[in-house]
Design a protein around this ligand. Structure first.
Ligand code: HAM
Length: 433
């Protein structure tokens, strides 16, 4: 039989990696708690029709699509947003607004595997539903900023744009919705010349092309100034001007929050997912040219799914990529130590006959929440202690006949290499001190 391997693009997380994954995820959960996002759990398998409705060509073509045994076209979710929008359009329809929802887990995309690009992707996802106001957009950005810091990242920057500026131009130029979406896909992939050709072939006004060409060059971190220049450039397109003003308001709020966010506005910025209607954003770290998170405003999706008109804004973070960034910027061990200072105990019976006692004392410790490993290899005490040292455990509890007669055990502090005899009733206290 040939050697088994994981399916291409799928990964195992060995204990240290799994610990880092759960560390980042736990910070995601912590942000959900701090910002009032309640967790919601949705299925990994959803109808293809739902997932593909507004995913955009790129994501659509990379879905894990199959027929279930009932002949239904279903797919593994490539993101959480479609499932949340389905719920808001149906079961949660009458929920008082606003409400905030958090999800975490895996999503699936048939992307070309490489560093930071996988086919099974871990995300933390936040959706704020029911508000069209700029403070809602600002919240999504600030939450992401806090999450990056909490996960242990030191340097990160936000790229921000507004779909409404380009869409405003295209709509006034009477570009069909389908063509607009195709142009946005090309812009997302930075295939500017192809995007321009497509716009030009739609028979736009003479002023349109120079405006678009100038727009993609408008970017910088003096953000309010850049947005003002965008507004000036598109002044003949009413909806585009409105969009630029909306972006200005959002950025102004972010700056006023004094969160110290590193921002760049990019007027030619577009995202692959098709449902965005307003501000869009992505977050990056230096030396990794892939986004650690991305999102934006999508005010029409819930209506499209048959729900009441519900403005919404949200973001998803790539947990895998955040892990990569932590590994790059920091020593992951240090990051983990900062948050987890757990004591671990190895219980060693010095002879076979004392295994029952070892199990009993292990239970006493676990019942008060102390993590315990039992020596299950039947090794001599010195060998077991060497192994505990190697694995940087905190204490060994040695069960010996002589001490047991006195209802006591030996507690050894592995770091300090000091030991003392302790009454069984006091063991928990001794390993906690
Ligand atoms: P997205 O930009 O497609 O947005 O994905 C969010 C994040 O997932 C990316 O920034 C990246 O960190 C991570 N990611 C995506 N594809 C891969 C991959 N192949 N390998 C590793 N990481 C990946 C969304 O998913 C939207 N649903 C976000 C959203 C929520 N918009 C509004 N609400």
């Amino acid at each position: 039989m040939s050697e088994f391997k994981t399916v291409r693009g799928m990964r195992d997380f060995l204990p240290e990696e799994a610990r880092l994954l759960r560390h980042v995820e736990s910070k995601g959960r912590e942000m959900a708690r701090l910002y009032g996002y309640r967790e919601i759990v949705t299925p990994v398998v959803e109808p293809y029709e739902l997932l593909s409705a507004k995913a955009g060509e790129e994501v659509k073509s990379r879905m894990f699509l199959f027929k279930d045994l009932g002949g239904r076209d279903v797919a593994l979710r490539p993101e959480f947003t479609a499932s949340i929008a389905r719920l808001v359009a149906t079961t949660l329809r009458n929920e008082p607004k606003p409400f905030r929802l958090f999800s975490t887990g895996t999503v699936y995309r048939y992307d070309e595997p490489q560093r930071g690009r996988y086919r099974e992707i871990w995300q933390t996802n936040y959706e704020l539903l029911g508000s069209s106001r700029p403070e809602a957009d600002a919240e999504i950005l600030l939450l992401t900023c806090n999450l990056m810091k909490a996960a242990g990242l030191r340097k990160f920057t936000f790229k921000v744009g507004h779909v409404g500026v380009l869409r405003g131009i295209f709509t006034q130029e009477k570009l069909l919705e389908k063509v607009q979406s195709a142009v946005m896909q090309l812009l997302d992939k930075k295939q500017y010349e192809d995007a321009f050709k497509l716009v030009e072939s739609a028979g736009v006004s003479e002023a349109c092309m120079p405006t678009l060409r100038k727009m993609i060059d408008l970017k910088g971190n003096n953000v309010l100034e850049v947005v003002d220049r965008v507004a000036d450039l598109v002044k003949d397109y009413e909806k585009a001007v409105e969009a630029a003003k909306n972006l200005r308001e959002i950025l102004d709020l972010v700056l006023k929050s004094e969160a110290g966010v590193d921002l760049t506005v990019d007027a030619g910025f577009a995202r692959g997912l098709e449902y965005y209607t307003g501000m869009i954003l992505e977050v990056f770290v230096p030396d990794l040219d892939i986004a650690l998170g991305g999102g934006g405003r999508y005010d029409k999706l819930i209506e499209l799914f048959g729900g009441d008109p519900t403005p919404a804004v949200g973001i998803a973070h790539g947990v895998d990529r955040m892990m990569l960034a932590v590994q790059q910027q920091r020593t992951p061990q240090k990051v983990l130590q900062e948050t987890e200072r757990e004591r671990t105990v190895l219980v060693i019976p010095i002879k076979q006959e004392l295994r029952g006692e070892a199990l009993r004392i292990s239970q006493i410790l676990r019942n008060v929440g102390i993590p315990v490993e039992l020596e299950v290899m039947g090794r001599k005490m010195t060998k077991a202690l060497e192994d505990a040292d190697r694995r940087k455990m905190s204490y060994a509890v040695i069960i010996g006949e002589k001490e047991l007669k006195e209802k006591a055990v030996v507690v050894r502090n592995l770091g300090k290499r000091a030991q003392s005899t302790v009454k069984i009733e006091d063991v928990a206290k001794a390993v906690e001190s």
